[in-house]
Design a protein around this ligand. Sequence first.
Ligand code: NAX
Ligand code: K
Length: 523
Amino acid sequence: MRVVNAEQMRQIEEKAIHHYGIPSLLLMENAAWAVVEEIRRCLPKNGNERVNGRKAVILVGKGNNGGDGLAVARHLVFQGMDVTVLLFAAPEDYKGDAAINLRLYQGTEGKLFVIKGEKQRRLTRLALAQAEVVVDALFGIGMRGALPGLIEEYVEEVNNAPGWVVSIDIPSGVEANTGKVYRTAVRAQATVTFGLPKWGLFLGEGPEYCGRVVVDPISIPESYLVDEGISTFVLMDNNVRGILPVRRLKGHKGTHGKGILVAGSKGMSGASVLAGRGALRSGIGLLQIVCPQGIAKEVDANVTEATVWAAPGDEVLNEEAWPVILRQAEKAQALAVGPGLAQNIDFVPVLEEILKNLSCPVLLDADALNLVALETSLLKLRNGRGPLILTPHPGEMARLCQCSVEEIESNRLDIAVSKAVEWEAVVVLKGSVTIIASPDGRAFFNPTGNPGLGTGGTGDVLTGSILAWLAQGVQALEAACLGVYLHGKAADELANEYGWSGFTASEVADQLPKVRRALELKG
Ligand SMILES: NC(=O)C1=CN([C@@H]2O[C@H](COP(=O)(O)OP(=O)(O)OC[C@H]3O[C@@H](n4cnc5c(N)ncnc54)[C@H](O)[C@@H]3O)[C@@H](O)[C@H]2O)[C@@H](O)CC1
Ligand SMILES: [K+]
């Protein structure tokens, strides 16, 4: 599914309104109805009652997001709820569709209070304390910057209230294009977003505030929602399922792909083991690990199914590793280099040879990225030779871009895309929402995964897994998407059992076949 910024969403809505003559009031009504449906779905039943007699508070701003909220309020009153609207602007300031919906709501028996300042705080607190549902209709995609001071205080009240909170389109206080939260924002359990999801739900602090995201087309024509001009996407089961390579009955280890993993150093043999496990659990036909002599036995013993090639060098790989790699790489479909490598400057010439000489897809991770960061022009050596995939976390990306981690984090989408274009590489910028950027300018947000992945070795598993998909013939961009998506799903599967901590990188690897299978079966 495509993901848009505020301007793109407005263009789509404008097109629907002008080309098909769909009245904007109708879109607002559909938007409200989608929110009402979500409330009915999520509100726990009270006896036989879903909504009747139960209390709702709706915070309404002065724009069209507020207009949506007023339409929701009307429907909830009609369905028998005890509704209190808190209006954060004077009634005469409402314009257009929002003004119509204010008038319609005023014709119902719902309660309405105009919030003018501190005075209404006690009343609000009381209403929020009793409300089972709180609807956030303060600001939508029209908001920029920080919430006004007074509203911030009321938002804090919402965040301390016991009720179930649903945000309309985007949590108020989260910027639609950046996900930035200046001081505070509404913390929702669910966000019902219209047309297409907005960038801010995947960037900055947005993901922490939006809860579960529900997307409703609100009757905008499907053809507008798949506009070729929109180049940002969120990965979903149905697109990722289509990437999974199909196994032939007559397939064998030779046809399931051979991959080379160049990884490990003294004290970091675990990285080769974990990446190896990630590759094997993702179905690689033959895995060959190249590591320094000093750890070869250890790696061999721990990744029984792989062949291990010891390269000269007791503790770390150096320039003498190249002939060993070259010999293996001649028959390989993909190569990954970096996990646990250590930053040995003597290895840089090997990276040069890899980038210059190998036509199979090459993935650079961890210390391979740190070494390339010393001289990023090395990446130019790859030009046209074959696909290149980089899998930096924000720290590695900051080194590659010679800027701070904060600059990377506050500009993740732009940087990932511009660097993918500049380096002609698939850039997998890791994070709580990993972004996979393609050299053609497209970007994919990954919605799977959880904070349990924040533990040593999970990145190595990911590298191994992407290597395996590449070896099985999946194209570079798709292999990166598939690897990231399933890796996150594996962690989500573990989180069902353990919550967001305490599972390990090897367990993530071991879950990979199960989540891959589940995805196949869903199709
Ligand atoms: N355009 C359409 O056809 C549709 C729009 N819909 C709703 O309309 C919303 C967008 O409506 P609007 O464009 O009116 O925008 P908002 O409802 O987000 O409100 C914007 C208002 O807030 C002001 N503002 C912006 N930043 C501020 C800040 N930091 N502090 C104080 N005031 C600030 C703006 O000047 C503007 O008056 C969407 O999010 C969605 O909820 C839906 O009704 C569906 C149809
Ligand atoms: K909102």
